[in-house]
Design a protein around this ligand. Sequence first.
Ligand SMILES: *Cc1c(COP(=O)(O)O)cnc(C)c1O
Length: 387
Amino acid sequence: MKRATRLVHAGRDPAAQQGMVNPPVYHASTVLFESLDALEAATRNPFKGVYYGRNGTPVQFAFETAVAEMEGAFGAVTTCSGLAAIVAAVMSVAETGTQLLVTDNVYGPTRNLCEGLLKRLGVETVYFDPTIDAEALAALITPATRAVFLEAPGSLTFEISDVPALAAVAHRHDLTVLADNTWATPLFYNALEHGVDISIHAATKYIVGHADAMLGVINCNEAHYPAVRKSAASMGYCAGPDDIYLGLRGLRTMGQRLPVHEANALALANWLAEQPAVAQVIHPARADHPQHALFQRDFSGSSGLFAIVLEPCERERLAAMLDNLALYGMGFSWGGYESLILPIDPNRSRTATRWDAPGQTLRIHAGLEDIDDLIADLDAGLARLTG
Ligand SMILES: *Cc1c(COP(=O)(O)O)cnc(C)c1O
């Protein structure tokens, strides 16, 4: 069955819940056991079925089953945010005295984890150009290297790594391959099929899809699932059942929402490329993207997030453009139904490469509004920009 169909049906068992279409949301800490036998049996298997609120409730099990099925994972692990998913995944492989190889276009807070907590614990991070080839990556691997962390495309600058080639090199050296797959979601990019062992999702974005909950989920292959589950549990990560419910509910419509984000983003990108105030459009699905061939080879679609570079302009004119947009909000996160725009400075969070742009870089999230309205609002904004 196609992915949109599986999104609707995965992880559902109405017969087990009195015929209800959706699973119940139990608010739980204590779970009571009927007998000493039952208590002892549960204690032998604390992650199978209900055991204690922190270990999960039925809505979490349904969510994990559905998300894992989408990416063909052995199992999924839910966390309280996308960043918690990154921390749990990385902490499942990091040990004192070891080294991580991390793509230079990685999400800023992932870099903060590497430069803060991990450095303090004696884990070294080496950053590499996201467009690195397999041979150059192999040259960075030392006996201390444990894992390679990818993010393709990066969520600010949208470079795409050759994930299968890099994963093959990593596996030849017995390294674990982790990837932040938030941009494409399991719908448009199956990271596990491309050689990734641990695929991380900020479910806060498209899976929740309505800008109303924080949630993370990690899809793991069989070899890595136990360590990731243990890592998340030992750090005490658990998401609230209401938020997990919103994630599961969002998942059911993601197959219909994402193609609208995709079409709106592409239409906006193509229109923006024609505007004189815009120096550059950075969208992996456009033929002028430097890694467009990799995008075409590996992805089955693009989501709603892309960037543009403006021609040089005064800050005042930029403010006139951004402050008076009617439909684009300014703020962090993305993946909700609404459009967003954000000035960004990629050089603040990269060390192995430089981001050379003639003017201000703007990140745009295309929401589910009508495309004509989205273009008209930006058209008026660019008119204010160029005065
Ligand atoms: C937002 C984001 C995260 C973190 O997710 P939160 O739920 O906000 O913690 C991780 N990776 C990427 C690429 C993101 O955009």
